[in-house]
Design a protein around this ligand. Structure first.
Ligand SMILES: [Mn+2]
Length: 242
């Protein structure tokens, strides 16, 4: 799997999302620090960034091909001391299977033959209130993580992201972007194109976005995209290495 990520913070600074890709361990991770902390003067982006850098450190203990995403997340969580809280999604490829540990509303989709064939479920306590890891008593812990196993095929494209992606782009819009590229596209290019498109949607005040749809389903009225940090990581499944 060839991987690359692209990040568009909403404030033009660091924002509150963080991600990593580790080509050697065939693993990627996404975290979305929860914005509500800023009212208390806490930058939740710090928590998200520390959680992701600790995940990269935890990965060193895993031998290639036997990465256990939940174990990685557990160790990273135990070592993360910053104040704040964050969603987290760690995904690894072993042979023809993706394994993921997911807490909250970041996640991933799998595209095959111009169709979305899989979308990871989100975990939330209530509308717009995702599960989140953190050091406060109210936080969730990695025990809550959804453990996901999905079979993939050669040529599949994995699109992982924070809610800033999924709240602004429907799967068919991502399919549209994947279809713009003839033949092989670099994952850097796809991640950039998808993130730019999500960012443009996020500023469209008249858009019936996935976020607007979710509001409607929860009994609220909202129209437009959702301005948020946008992280996109693309993984292209190639020939099996084993
Ligand atoms: Mn977000």
């Amino acid at each position: 799997m060839d991987m690359a990520g692209f990040y568009i913070p909403k404030d033009g600074k660091l924002g509150e999302d963080a991600f990593f890709v580790n080509q050697k361990k065939q693993t990627l991770g996404i975290a979305d620090g929860v914005g509500g902390w800023s009212r208390r003067g806490i930058d939740a982006g710090k928590y998200a960034r520390e959680l992701m850098s600790n995940s990269v450190i935890s990965l060193c203990d895993e031998s290639g091909g036997t990465v256990n995403p939940k174990r990685v997340l557990n160790k990273a969580y135990a070592n993360t001391k910053a104040k704040g809280s964050s969603t987290a999604c760690i995904i690894t490829l072993k042979g023809r299977w993706l394994y993921a540990a997911n807490v909250g509303d970041s996640g991933f989709m799998v595209f095959r033959d111009k169709q979305c064939v899989y979308k990871s479920p989100i975990q939330q306590h209530g509308f717009n209130h995702p599960y989140q890891l953190g050091n406060s008593k109210k936080s969730d812990t990695p025990v809550c993580a959804d453990e996901i196993k999905v079979q993939v095929e050669n040529g599949d494209v994995i699109v992982a992201g924070s809610d800033g992606l999924f709240d602004n782009m429907y799967p068919h819009e991502i399919v549209g972007i994947l279809g713009l590229v003839e033949g092989y596209a670099f994952p850097e290019q796809l991640a950039w194109m998808i993130a730019e498109s999500a960012s443009s949607n996020s500023h469209d005040k008249d858009l019936y976005s996935p976020f607007a749809k979710a509001n409607e389903e929860a009994g609220f009225h909202y129209l437009g995209g959702k301005i948020d940090d946008i992280t996109v990581v693309v993984g292209q499944i190639g020939e099996s290495m084993k």
